[in-house]
Unconditional design. Sequence first.
Length: 358
Amino acid sequence: MTADGDCINPELTTLSRTPLVAGVPLNLLNTEVMSNDRFYVRNHFPIPKVDAANWSLPVSGEVDTPLNISYQDLKELPRHEVLALLECAGNSRAGIQPPIEGLLWDHGGVGTAGWAGVSLCTVLERAGLRSTAKEVLIEGCDEGEERGASGKLNYAMSLPMEKALHPDTLLAYEMNGEPLPGEHGFPLRAVVPGWFGMTSVKWIKSIQVLDHAFVGYHQTSYYVFVPEGATGDRPNERVTSLRVKSLISHPVRGQYVTAGRVTIEGMAWSGNGPIDKVEISTDDGKSWQEAQISPSPSPYAWQPWKYTWEANSPGNYLVRSRATDLKGDTQPVQTLWNFRGFANNAIHVVPVIVQPMP
Ligand code: MTE
């Protein structure tokens, strides 16, 4: 049997082969839409092989009419498209101090893609929500064991009704105009724009409307902010909305550039919608200059930005980027430490060497 990682694009950096976890090198984070073969992959279990012809979507729980929708029928429901970024909650945690638990993501656990499918609310409306509906639980077909959990479990996450009923919360069957690739959730996945990637459940097996708050390993034990010194006697806050963030895709760490004009570029995004400004500092954060930002193509997508640095004096520099969104949220110098280093949006710092002109 081949490992899940055997089929992966060699341009990606593989953090784990089974389950497959692979990130994008920073220098490739430079395009408005990330192609499917360059989109990061984050799996907790081996990739399930699902045959669309034998697959259907059961919708049950607090609904008047339980449904079981075939792949074909799903495609005949009103189509909805969303350009949205997904970022793994653990992205950018490799450098956090004190060290955190978990796979050491550099910065490549992020990408924007065009998703198409059916709004989750369309399916829920057809099933007829009861007034007792409190959360919508989406379960994946993938299963396995997790350290810290007993026995086999499926990957599953719930959404509060407000998020589940938002028209842009999608049951997606297409990614960038193609059927979902196997590693990204074929035949059907959730896409929850504005939230970290963990609720965008892949390989959907079932949807259940609950009259209570869901308790499950990934939702209530894993993707939560565990503060320093936590003893487990009280629930930890769940990871949800994306934070304002920017990354520098050029130059990269340790790059030699020639004195003169140097283009600094990268991407910026926020869970609060479009970015207001991206500022660059090349003097240890003493002064900041505004970069040019490309217009936002969707409230959920990242925005490319660019700044021309007059790097006239050779030497060693730290280049920093800091994004601020329209709500006024801005990137901190340091992230608020939590045990798994989730939601790190600290200012990105890149060491660069400016060498004299030949
Ligand atoms: N869905 C299932 N069924 N199993 C998973 O392991 N991983 C989640 C989410 N959906 C996961 C899942 C996490 S943590 C992230 S960040 C995104 O999928 C990653 O989506 P991608 O691999 O398509 O980039």
